[in-house]
Design a protein around this ligand. Structure first.
Ligand code: FES
Ligand code: FES
Length: 161
């Protein structure tokens, strides 16, 4: 299989690597780069656990080829905390108990982060729509929606401060 040199911005930093043409972004992140916050769930585009942001848009990394990210910005859950401080969306999930077993959480957090970047004050319906590709088997979703609403409020407070 042919390989390519890959140059992109990964979690805010310039990144260069080599990937086979057929390597999935999920496998590249976890096995080549060695960052494992992005989770494998169904491995088939059904659950959303592997969601990352590419140029701020949520993408299922189990369906995207690593080589298609050349020249783009890829953000994983590892990009969110800064100097040991949780980001607004991470605080939202933590403070509103939006995670239980945690298997789905990085995917929900990144899909929610993408939503808040596009729409910092989403309605409940807009949150439901944005998270429609993510599956959680534990929370019943109510706490997750509360977490995103809470994160939006925290973001507003941060902006006003
Ligand atoms: S692991 Fe990608 S959608 Fe389930
Ligand atoms: S918290 Fe367990 S699957 Fe969502």
């Amino acid at each position: 299989m042919a390989t390519r040199v890959l140059s992109l911005t990964l979690n805010g930093r310039r990144h260069e690597g080599v990937a086979p043409d057929n390597m999935l972004l999920l496998d590249y992140l976890r096995e080549v780069v060695g960052i494992t916050g992005t989770k494998t769930g169904c491995d088939g585009g059904e659950c959303g656990a592997c969601t990352v942001l590419i140029d701020d848009q949520p993408v299922l990394s189990c369906l995207a080829l690593a080589t298609t990210c050349a020249g783009k910005r890829v953000d994983t859950v590892e990009s969110l905390a800064s100097d040991g401080r949780l980001s607004a969306i991470q605080r939202g999930f933590h403070e509103k108990l939006g995670a239980q077993c945690g298997a789905c959480t990085p995917g929900f957090v990144m899909a929610s982060e993408g939503l808040l970047r596009r729409n910092p004050d989403p309605t409940v319906d807009e949150i439901r729509t944005a998270l429609g590709s993510n599956i959680c088997r534990c929370t019943g979703y109510v706490k997750i929606i509360e977490a995103v609403r809470h994160a939006a409020m925290l973001l507003k407070q941060e902006t006003a401060a």
